[in-house]
Design a protein around this ligand. Structure first.
Ligand code: AMP
Ligand code: ZN
Length: 469
C-alpha cells in the first residue's frame, strides 16, 4: 500500500519515499515557552502525534525531533518587536530562564494529557548557540549574509527560488505588505535576521558572544541548525502549523539550502488552524485562550479534545465550539463503552489482530491516505459495532487502533463516575508520573487520598477506588 502525504512544497498528494528505506526523520517546530500553549497549538501537536503514530503503525521506524524556542522569537514573526521570552520575564518579574522552565513544564503536562508521545529528541534553542553561529558563518562565507545596524541578515535575493514553499502569489503579498517594514536598512523586504545584536547599552538576559558581536540568534536559525544536527542535511518530513509556511519555514529552507546546496526537507506538512467562532484565530498574544489543562475544570477529558481534533482532517480548518467538544466527548464515551462491552467476559489476552481482515486493511488505507483520521475513526466505529466479526477479533482490532489513536479506549468505565474535579486530579497525577515529576505526583496522591480516593499504579495504568462512601 502506498503511503501518501500532501506536500505543501509541490501542492499535491505524493507517494512518500523515505531517504532510508523503512525509516523516517521528522522535524516538528515546537512551542515558544513564554506562555501556556493553547488548544490551537495543541491541535498541531495532536496532528503531528497522529502522523508519527500512523507511520509507526504502517511499519516505519520514526525519529521525531522537536525544538523548544526559548530565545529569539520576536513579537512579530519578522525581525521587529521584543523577544517573547524577555517579554514574559518582564510580565512575571522572573528571569527568562525561569519563564522557559515553567512554561516548558506546563507544555509537557498538556502534551502528556493529550497522549502525545514524547519526541525522540527535544532541543531547547539556547543549548545550540554554537551550531547556530557556525551556520551563520557558513552563510557569510558563501556570500548570503550581510551586516546592517541591528544584525546580520540573510540576502533573499541571492536565492532564485526563495519563497518556493509559499508560492509566488503569496510571496508577492509579503513584498507588498513589507512596504511598511520598519527596518529600511534591509536590502530586500523579505530578508531576515540570522543574528541580532544586543542594543547599544542594553543588557539582555539572554545574549551570547559571536564573531559579529554580542547578541542572539534569529528565530528561524534554531530550527535549521537543530534539524540538520539531529536528522542530517536533508530531512524526510518537516511539520508545523499553516502560519509557518510563508515566513518561518520559507526562511528555514532558504538558510539551510543556501548553506548545504541540498534540499532541506523532502515533504512539508502543515496543519490548518483551530479557530474560535467570533474572534477568529486563537492566538497566544491575543490572550484569553483555552489550554488542555483547563479542559478538566470545565468537565472535559483532554482526550475528548484529541478525539474532537481527529474528527476533522488536519488540512481542514477546525472551528472550535463547546457543542462540538461535547459531541466529541459523548462519541468517545460511546467508543469506550463499546470497547468495555467487548472486553467484559473475555478472559486473558486478546488474540493477534487479523491483518488480512477488511477492517484492518481499511484502517491502514485511511492512515496511508494523508493520515485521514476521520476515516480511520469511521472504520473503527463500524468494526466495533459489527456483530458478524467475533468479539475477540474486534477487541484485538481496537487494541491495534489504540496504538494510533491513543484515546484510552480501554480506560476503566467507572472512572467516568468520579466528579470532574477528582478525575482531573487523577489525570494531572498521571501526567506528572509520565513526566517523572514524582514530587508532584505524590502531592496529588495525598490530595486525592484526603478526598477519599485511593490510587493504585498498575502495569496497565493508574487505577482508583473510593476509600469511603
Ligand atoms: P508557537 O508556540 O507560537 O511557536 O506555536 C506552536 C505551534 O502551534 C506551531 O506549529 C504553530 O504553527 C501552531 N499554531 C499556532 N496557532 C495555532 C492555531 N490556532 N491552530 C493550530 N495550530 C496553531
Ligand atoms: Zn521551526
Amino acid at each position: 500500500m502506498d503511503f501518501q502525504l500532501y506536500n505543501t512544497l509541490t501542492r499535491q498528494k505524493e507517494k512518500f519515499k523515505s531517504i532510508k528505506e523503512g525509516a523516517a526523520g521528522i522535524y516538528t517546530c515546537g512551542p515558544t515557552v513564554y506562555l501556556y500553549a493553547h488548544i490551537g497549538n495543541m491541535r498541531t501537536y495532536i496532528f503531528e502525534d497522529g502522523l508519527v503514530r500512523a507511520m509507526k503503525f504502517l511499519g516505519y521506524s520514526v525519529k521525531r525531533v522537536m525544538n523548544i524556542t526559548d530565545v529569539g522569537h520576536l513579537t512579530s514573526d519578522g525581525d521587529t518587536g521584543e523577544d517573547k521570552m524577555e517579554l514574559g520575564a518582564k510580565r512575571e518579574g522572573k528571569t527568562a530562564l525561569d519563564i522557559a522552565k515553567f512554561y516548558t513544564e506546563a507544555f509537557f503536562k498538556d502534551f502528556n494529557s493529550l497522549n502525545c508521545l514524547m519526541p525522540d529528541v527535544l532541543c531547547p534553542a539556547t543549548e545550540y548557540i554554537k551550531e547556530m553561529v557556525d551556520l551563520v558563518a557558513t552563510l557569510e562565507k558563501k556570500g548570503y549574509a550581510y551586516r546592517i545596524g541591528d544584525g546580520i541578515y540573510f540576502d533573499t535575493a541571492r536565492l532564485p527560488d526563495y519563497g518556493k514553499l509559499a508560492g509566488k502569489s503569496h510571496m508577492d503579498g509579503i513584498r507588498e505588505g513589507a512596504r511598511v517594514e520598519v527596518n529600511a536598512e534591509k536590502r530586500n523586504p523579505a530578508d531576515f535576521a540570522l543574528w541580532k545584536f544586543s542594543g547599544a547599552g542594553e543588557k539582555r538576559q539572554m545574549e551570547w558572544p559571536s564573531p559579529w558581536g554580542t547578541g542572539f540568534p534569529g528565530w528561524h536559525l534554531e530550527c535549521s541548525a537543530m534539524a540538520m544536527k539531529h536528522l542530517g542535511e536533508t530531512l524526510d518530513i518537516h511539520c508545523g502549523g499553516e502560519d509557518h509556511v510563508a515566513v518561518h519555514h520559507s526562511n528555514e529552507i532558504a538558510q539551510s539550502e543556501a548553506a548545504t546546496g541540498k534540499p532541506f526537507a523532502n515533504y512539508w506538512l502543515h496543519g490548518r488552524f483551530l479557530i474560535m467562532g467570533e474572534t477568529g484565530k486563537m492566538s497566544k498574544s491575543a490572550g484569553g485562550f483555552l489550554t488542555a489543562a483547563t479542559l478538566p475544570e470545565k468537565g472535559y477529558d483532554p482526550l475528548a479534545y484529541r478525539y474532537y481534533c481527529f474528527l476533522t482532517h488536519y488540512r481542514k480548518q477546525l472551528d472550535f465550539s463547546w457543542e462540538g467538544l461535547e459531541a466529541a466527548a459523548r462519541g468517545l464515551d460511546g467508543l469506550r463503552a463499546l470497547a468495555a462491552k467487548l472486553k467484559s467476559g473475555q478472559e486473558g489476552e486478546a488474540p493477534a489482530v487479523d491483518r488480512e481482515a477488511k477492517y484492518f486493511k481499511d484502517f491502514s488505507a485511511a492512515l496511508a491516505d494523508d493520515v485521514n483520521m476521520p476515516e480511520a475513526l469511521a472504520v473503527l466505529w463500524e468494526t466495533l459495532k459489527d456483530n458478524s466479526i467475533s468479539a475477540p477479533q474486534r477487541l484485538a482490532f481496537a487494541a491495534a487502533a489504540e496504538e494510533v489513536l491513543a484515546l484510552d479506549l480501554f480506560r476503566a468505565e467507572a472512572q467516568k463516575e468520579l466528579p470532574a474535579e477528582l478525575a482531573a486530579l487523577i489525570q494531572e497525577r498521571e501526567a506528572a508520573r509520565k513526566a517523572r515529576d514524582f514530587k508532584r505526583s505524590d502531592e496529588l496522591r495525598k490530595a486525592l487520598s484526603d478526598k477519599g480516593v485511593v490510587i493504585e499504579d498498575t502495569s496497565s495504568g493508574t487505577k482508583w477506588k473510593l476509600s469511603r462512601g
